[in-house]
Ligand binder design. Structure first.
Ligand code: SAM
Length: 229
């Protein structure tokens, strides 16, 4: 699977409006995690696989003088993020690759990523880059909806048409440790809005029946919090 194919797939999401709808699905979980990230005044924070940048803007607004940088492989996502950029926050967006981050060693205080890391072509290299750019004591907070053990996710890669890393919690932890992180904790974060009412459920996409959708909701997103020693 090439980087070009990944970029063109997500350029398509940006141009069709699908990318702008992602906040509706991921926003509540992302807010719960960002609120617990201990972002302090003046921190430099990276949003990896930022899409149209809604979480980048939330990160920048977390504390005074925070500089938030969004990186994404899709030029159309980055154009959209720049267009939606809020002049009240210190944000910038760049086309870039998870596996080769445009920062010096130890330049960043926090790294956040929502629903992007499992698309890495070389996951070990991406995690090693995150570890390299963090300062000692800094941490990465990575959220994935797609993990082994969560209802229906086993069919996602076919639905998206890209190769994706489908790992269970233990494998995610091991991958972060292998990249050099000391403390690694996993937490399941459930969307506080609930699954909605069964009578409003419509089968489709990757959710064939209500029970599968409810089980998906109840499992929650996997938040991996990894600290650089
Ligand atoms: C499901 S979207 C999530 C976007 C955003 N974080 C959100 O929650 O709205 C995944 C994003 O990861 C980006 N991405 C995938 N592979 C990447 C890579 N190798 N390097 C950088 N970005 C990548 C895609 O372009 C896309 O914008």
């Amino acid at each position: 699977m090439s980087h070009e194919k990944t970029a063109s797939t997500f350029d398509g999401w940006a141009r069709s409006g699908r990318a702008e709808r992602l906040e509706a699905g991921h926003g509540d979980v992302a807010r719960q995690v960002i609120e617990r990230m201990d972002i302090r005044p003046g921190h430099r924070v990276l949003d990896l696989g930022c899409g149209v940048g809604w979480a980048t803007r939330l990160l920048a607004a977390r504390s005074a003088g925070v500089q938030a940088i969004g990186i994404d492989i899709s030029p159309a996502m980055i154009d959209k993020a720049a267009e939606l950029s809020d002049p009240q926050t210190r944000t910038r967006y760049e086309v870039g690759d998870l596996e080769s981050l445009p920062f010096g060693d130890g330049e960043l205080d926090r790294v956040f990523s929502m629903e992007a890391l499992y698309y890495a072509h070389d996951l070990a290299q991406a995690l090693s880059e995150i570890h390299r750019v963090l300062e000692p004591g800094g941490h990465a907070d990575v959220v994935v909806d797609y993990y082994v053990g969560r209802s229906t996710t086993e069919v996602w890669a076919d639905a998206v048409g890209l190769a994706m890393h489908h790992l269970d919690e233990a494998a995610w932890k091991a991958a972060f440790h292998a990249a050099g992180f000391g403390e690694v904790e996993c937490t399941h974060v459930v969307d506080r809005r609930g699954p909605g009412a069964e009578r409003d459920f419509k089968a489709g996409g990757t959710f064939p029946v209500w029970n599968a959708y409810r089980a998906y909701h109840e499992a929650g997103a996997l938040w991996i919090h990894a600290q650089k020693a």
